[in-house]
Design a protein around this ligand. Structure first.
Ligand code: DON
Length: 304
């Protein structure tokens, strides 16, 4: 597996130089586009890393998976009265459907959906951002995971579009708490800094029927795991979800920090990171690494 991963890393490096680092959050614009890391965590607890797999980066929208998981634990099926379950076919920060659909976001992985989910957590916890950070630490087995204050401040300063989504939801009665408090919670979670290795371990419960391998406990039920994986498949890569599902075929979630986590149910979790993004906001080299990874998982043809 180690040699295999290093080979994938070397082949995915050929995609460096394509795409652009996110600059709508200025603190992310300084990332080095030449970085590329990949980490695998198997259900047997084996860890494999290649390249920059241990460098913390801004997890951004990958946090939406943890937000959703916590909200499903606190609110259960009632969450779906507030947020939809279908792909939007629109950019992650689009407001176009939100007005037409009376403040109910299409799914929990577009920005508006994750803000509605964050609102649920603001209602459920005194300090929801710290709670989510602590859950990430526990799941990853890494107590040094931090919220990057500079990224948080940068997102706050450039919050106009997310604030517009939040106010629109508030106007439609789909936000219980104060807009500023909900936005701060959402941005804090996006500003978590974690490495490929941290993320592969932290989200490994999605590969193992809800069993968190790191701390060795049942984190969510097998049914919930299956459902979260389904939402990742249909909505995890935004308007490119169909392309990615065809090319890679694994439940996955990306973030504009350049990370993508993918799940091989029953077997392992893999995280790839490289900061330069395509037009949908998904990392070019990380997507390629995952495509190569998925091909390698295929069984050889019967007569090989
Ligand atoms: O709200 C935002 O725009 C960012 N905090 C997160 C966006 C993101 O990562 C979308 N992902 N591809």
């Amino acid at each position: 597996m180690q040699r295999w991963l290093e080979d994938i890393h070397a082949r995915a490096r050929t995609r460096l130089g394509r795409g652009r680092v996110a600059d709508y959050i200025p603190a992310l614009a300084r990332q080095d586009p030449a970085r590329l890391g990949i980490a695998v965590y198997t259900n047997a607890g084996e860890r494999y890393v290649a390249g920059d797999a241990e460098t913390p980066f801004s997890i951004q929208s990958i946090a939406k998976v943890l937000l959703l998981t916590l909200a499903l634990r606190t609110h259960g099926e009632a969450l779906w009265q507030r947020v939809g379950l279908n792909p939007s076919g629109m950019p992650f920060n689009s407001l176009a459907l939100l007005e037409a659909e009376r403040g109910k976001p299409r799914n929990p992985f577009i920005n508006a959906g994750a803000i509605a989910v964050a609102d649920c957590l603001v209602s459920a916890f005194v300090t929801p951002d710290k709670h989510l950070r602590d859950v990430a630490r526990r799941l990853a087995g890494n107590a040094s995971i931090l919220i990057d204050d500079e990224v948080l401040a940068s997102e706050w300063q450039h919050r106009a579009r997310n604030a517009a989504a939040a106010y629109l939801m508030k106007a439609f009665g789909n936000l219980d708490n104060e807009v500023d408090e909900v936005l701060r919670t959402y941005f804090s979670c996006c500003a978590l800094a974690m490495s490929c290795r941290d993320l592969a371990i932290a989200l490994s419960f999605l590969a193992s029927d809800g069993h968190a391998r790191g701390p060795g406990e049942r984190f969510v039920s097998p049914g919930l795991t299956r459902r979260i994986n389904a939402i990742m498949t249909t909505c995890g890569m935004y308007d490119a979800a169909g392309d990615f599902a065809y090319r890679v075929g694994l439940p996955a979630k990306s973030g504009v920090g350049g990370g993508i986590v993918a799940v091989v149910p029953g077997r392992m979790t893999v995280c790839a990171w490289s900061p330069a993004l395509d037009d949908s906001g998904n990392s070019v080299a990380a997507q390629h690494a995952l495509e190569l990874f998925a091909e390698e998982l295929d069984p050889p043809p019967p007569d090989a």
